[in-house]
Design a protein around this ligand. Sequence first.
Ligand code: ZN
Length: 546
Amino acid sequence: MWIALDWIERHCVVPDGFRRGAPFLLYRMQGEYLQHFYLVRGDARWIPERPILAPAFVYRRGLLVGPQKVGKNPLIAAQICLEGVGPALFAGWAGRDEGYSCRDHGCRCGWEYAYELGEPKGMAWPTPLVQITAFSEDSTENTYDALRPMIELGPLTDLIPHTGEEFIRLPHGGRIDTVTSSNQSRLGQRITFAPQDELGLWTRQNKMEKVADTQYRNLAGMGGRASLTTNAWDPAERSVAQREFESAAADIYRQFLQPPKNLSFANKVERRKILKLVYPDDTRREHTPPGHVDLDGIESEAADLVEKDLAQAQRFYGNQLVPGAGAAVDPEVWDAQAFPREIEAGTAIGMGFDGSISQDATVLRGCTADGYRFTIGSWVRPVGSAMLAWQATHPGQEWRVSRSEVRDTVTAAFARYRVGKFYCDPWKWETEVGDWQQLYGDEIVLVLDTNSARRFAPVVSRWLTAIREGSTRHDGDPVVAEHVKAAHLRKVHLSGDENDGRTPYLLVKGGDGRKIDGSIADALALEAAMTMLELESIAEPWVLVR
Ligand SMILES: [Zn+2]
């Protein structure tokens, strides 16, 4: 359906950069994607009173895999415009001298499109409902931020006079909304188009697999379709992107340009070759007409990331499928080790603390001498509707961990248990940790920097072994369970004499950015309990005399 592509180039404008406001000309790879997405089946039959919707097309959905900043977001924004007010549906086969005139569709731009004989004609959705969907708000905002100027700076203002901060109203009761993992309540049933972004981060664990399947089902009911975009994914994550790419379904269009495997992304010269391939020449600045990609800028960002995390650099910029070390713990294994029990006052325990201020969570875990871990306190930033409720009762305030509550909880723990050792990740809590050291002794309260491979890798190793062997139990705390399931491993390198033969790992966030503080506190508590003094020599609980 060529009219779909022509309509985009005529109505959408470049949303940002030097060419802001200029006509949005499709790059080859963008055009190729849309040509396939809007490819009409040769046997599609047109019945005016019962228009054939999604089944008119060869593909039920499309999947575009591309590196960072290659132009996926503007493409999706343009496709949203088309699905919102342009000829996105099949409207029969053209006869002699037929055409499409904007004038007949409420647009005063003056554009007319003459169909060739037998070409598929296009028409707009009567009531388009578009749901911009991604794991994170950042990502839906990227698309939305490209979409608004694309409408506001060009002829589309005629059809869409107002673009709001939260959603966009379309003619005839249509709407463009956004949905993220923390706002799944917005999932509507009557959607006609779902652009799903960062699909490589959508997994069963973070509940986005369910979002994907719900949308596919709802789209099927409405005759709508989904457009899927992502970076190359981590095959260890078993994401929806991977599932859609590997599925046997013939009605999914997949566009994924993978560089040859013999080129090494770690090597500067070969990396350049890879980048030139996955950022095609018409996307680059030096091309005529100029694209938006500055290959040297991309190269320096990629080189930085190669130093920190080669696998991620390959996925982000090299468009290569590279497995990371994967999830730290099998969720089912973790759940099976939950046996909540009461820990009596006076029990000897180790404690682990991972603190944060406003973004992440703060967790204090205890661990008995036989390795049973339990939560003593946890403070988690509320999300979604819980955050809205919090903001309603705290107008104008930023949510923060209550430091006094954390202090009181630590005091109460030292008063209740015989604490043999207490490991603290000190970041942003140096003052409190210093106070605790003074109060309880610096042989009991110890600082452990969880970013230090030398210090933290042996702790992680003990923790992983305990979980894999099933030799310990825990309380099944839902917050800690979420964090443990979100934790990923990153391979690190230790110098020869520090290496005990096992692969050293750190616990890190996965690509979806879910919190992992509870897993770190849990590992620290286990380490504290396994290395604390002989039970007899641990002091009785502390009773503070005020
Ligand atoms: Zn027009």
